[in-house]
Design a protein around this ligand. Structure first.
Ligand SMILES: Cc1cc2nc3c(=O)[nH]c(=O)nc-3n(C[C@H](O)[C@H](O)[C@H](O)COP(=O)(O)OP(=O)(O)OC[C@H]3O[C@@H](n4cnc5c(N)ncnc54)[C@H](O)[C@@H]3O)c2cc1C
Length: 392
């Protein structure tokens, strides 16, 4: 397994994580350190100037980072998701995002501007207007929420709906979902100063108001009918997003387990005069956490291995089955992480209730896992559909 993140670099991230959380500050120094070791090109193939890590290796690195600085890992994840899509397409013979792989290797930072207020269709619909420019490009008008990396992205992947009925040559008159990229330099957007959350504070996932942000024709990647799609672009987004997101929360839970073991060794019972690590209830709790994490890593390793290998071995390609596999993975891993952090807090005791406590922070950070797509409800709907067919 290739590692790009040294223990020393990770220790620096952990040291700053508490301050960034307290100050509600973006992880400026972390980003500089990560850029210096080429981490933003971790998954970029070597031919494009990257480190060529597999999805599985990147998931492990992301988990290691999340165990040190969860909010940094979550925000950097949004960048890796795009690199993951570029790589997914490239490995399957589609070069439409090769430019993104090159730009990631040359230092551009990618943001993910898809979430919108009140849009529970997620990838299948949009409240943002995509206005055709008559030359194959689009300008975007609408509000995106939770845009991680807000202070730092230089390229933003966006989704909008073109209902104008005929702006793009040869695409007919039906509405189309427009997947495209806009640039920070190009303007046409405002980033609101509205990020004041209970957790994942350093991610600075502020709202982005798009008001004319423009993507030229060569940065318009897909025009797809609204609704479910098996287009490789959508599959690439879905699989990269769910898997890498799961790895962040797996890393948080790994750290919670580590801290629980540490606390059990340090706390002593007045009842018995022994360390808590000798208490049968504490031992069982810690064993429970480890059993959960063992299963999490089996799942993450299994699915990332298959996703990596399916690029060259079509017998491993699950097609629409990837939606069920990766949505299920995300929900199981994020739910397990919440449970593990909760158990860790019970082992470590009341000190975790102080804001300065790392476990207390993990408790706040891990909660974000339930809000990311796929939600618990959406994952259940996907699985039900795979077993029972579509809802009539
Ligand atoms: C830490 C963190 C980082 C994230 N990073 C990213 C990212 O980088 N990119 C990205 O695309 N997504 C990101 N997400 C977004 C996430 O994936 C979800 O889309 C988000 O949590 C919204 O969840 P929700 O639909 O349950 O929110 P909701 O609570 O339903 O909605 C969120 C906001 O929209 C408003 N709203 C709800 N319904 C309506 C309505 N009908 N009309 C008008 N306003 C309405 C609410 O008042 C609220 O302000 C991130 C989420 C978190 C927690």
């Amino acid at each position: 397994m290739t590692h790009l993140l040294s223990d020393e670099l990770l220790a620096g991230l952990r040291e700053r994580a508490a301050d960034n959380d307290r100050d509600n500050a973006f992880f400026v120094e972390d980003l500089a350190d990560l850029q210096a070791v080429g981490y933003l090109a971790a998954m970029v193939p070597a031919a494009f100037g990257g480190a060529g890590l597999t999805l599985r290796e990147t998931a492990h690195e992301q988990a290691r980072m999340a165990a040190h600085a969860p909010a940094t890992a979550l925000a950097v994840n949004m960048h890796h998701v795009w690199v993951g899509v570029g790589r997914y397409l490239h490995e399957r013979g589609d070069s439409s995002l090769d430019w993104l792989l090159e730009e990631a290797a040359s230092g551009e930072v990618f943001g993910f501007g898809y979430s919108e207020p009140g849009n529970d269709l997620v990838l299948l619909g949009s409240r943002t207007e995509a206005r055709p420019d008559g030359a194959g490009g689009y300008s975007f008008h609408g509000t995106k929420i939770f845009t991680s990396n807000s202070p730092a992205w230089t390229r933003l992947g966006v989704l909008g709906l073109d209902s104008s009925g005929g702006g793009h040559p040869g695409r007919g008159r039906e509405p189309r979902l427009v997947h495209a990229f806009v640039t920070r330099d190009g303007g046409g957007f405002e980033i609101l100063d509205d990020w004041d959350t209970i957790g994942m504070r350093a991610s600075q996932s502020r709202s982005t108001v798009l008001d004319g942000a423009h993507a030229p024709a060569d940065r318009v990647l897909r025009l797809l009918p609204p609704g479910p799609s098996l287009d490789p672009y959508v599959l690439g987004i879905f699989t990269s997003f769910e898997v890498l997101l799961a790895s962040v929360y797996a890393g948080i839970a790994d750290r919670a387990l580590e801290l629980a073991v540490e606390a059990a060794g340090k706390r002593t019972s007045m009842k018995t005069g022994k360390a808590y690590s000798q208490d049968p209830d504490v031992r069982r709790r810690i064993a429970d956490m480890a059993l959960a994490q063992d299963s999490v890593w089996l799942q993450l390793d299994g699915i990332t291995r298959d996703l990596d290998a399916s690029a060259s071995d079509p017998t491993l390609d699950r097609g629409a089955g990837w939606f069920r596999a990766t949505a299920g993975l995300k929900v199981r891993v994020t739910e397990a992480a919440r449970e593990v952090v909760d158990q860790a807090i019970r082992v470590a005791g009341g000190s975790t209730y102080f804001n300065r406590s790392e476990l207390g922070r993990l408790y706040r950070d891990v909660l974000a896992g339930i809000f990311h797509p796929s939600s618990d409800d959406a994952a259940h709907a996907t699985v039900a559909q795979s077993l029972l067919g579509p809802l009539e």
